[in-house]
Design a protein around this ligand. Structure first.
Ligand SMILES: [Cu+2]
Length: 239
């Protein structure tokens, strides 16, 4: 299969890509058919001396077909997308997280906040860094998205994840990375003059590297913040 999407390193990315290509090929075929017919008719029915125009009042059968077929395709795509949408966007359907992290968007950077060893946000052992999001490989990361000012969009192309951060709301999303590396987190919503420079970095680290990073951030006797995730700092799902 042709691929010009960024590399997929998300557990659910393959299913997103499958839907993307299905829609892409369906619309491509439709476009070629419609444009092909239009060009063919332009040529076939071009002006020629002595030929008179004829009048038609349409074709009911044809109109029913080209209304029902796209409607059925749309309904089919809706059902196919529903499960994926819920899995990615609905907290009730998300897998239990190994790690919580809160990302607050503001003009013009991402504030990344870790709950620290106690697993609770807004306590003394929290860690806040600008733009650098460190996560462990193969672990479920739950992101709680906020915004301090305007609407931003948290975009991690390799994770097939994009979600608006909206002032006044906590919106949860998640991902699970399958490949270590460094990836960009651009803002995908025009949010002001500094928008184009609003860019974070996602560091997906192997277990050893991540444990080392945790040790540096929370010197002994801290346990890995991942271990405290079970205490779910998010009381209820909103968003
Ligand atoms: Cu922006």
């Amino acid at each position: 299969m042709m691929s010009w999407l960024p590399e997929n390193i998300s557990t659910y990315g393959g299913q997103i890509d499958h839907l993307f290509y299905l829609i892409y090929y369906l619309t491509s075929v439709t476009f070629i058919l419609v444009a092909g017919c239009m060009i063919a008719f332009l040529v076939m029915y071009r002006h020629s001396d002595g030929r008179r125009a004829t009048y038609t009042h349409g074709n009911t059968t044809l109109e029913i077909i080209w209304t029902i077929v796209p409607a059925l395709i749309l309904i089919m795509l809706g059902f196919m997308s529903k499960a994926r949408w819920e899995e990615i966007k609905s907290p009730a359907h998300m897998p239990p997280p190994d790690l919580y992290v809160r990302v607050t968007a503001k003009q013009f950077n991402w504030e990344i906040r870790y709950p620290g060893p106690d697993g609770k946000f807004d306590t003394d052992d929290d860690l806040q860094v600008d733009n650098d999001l460190h996560v462990p490989l193969n672990k479920v990361v739950r992101v709680i998205l906020r915004s301090k000012d305007v609407i931003h969009s948290f975009f991690v192309p390799q994770m097939r994840l994009k979600q608006d951060a909206v002032p006044g709301r906590d919106i949860q999303v998640w991902f699970q990375a399958t490949k270590a590396g460094q990836y960009e987190i651009p803002c995908a919503e025009l949010c002001g003059f500094g928008h184009s420079g609003m860019k974070g970095a996602l560091f997906v680290q192997t277990k050893d590297d991540y444990d080392q990073w945790v040790k540096e951030q929370w010197p002994a006797p801290a346990a890995a913040p991942a271990a405290a995730a079970a205490q779910a700092p998010v009381a209820e799902a909103r968003g």
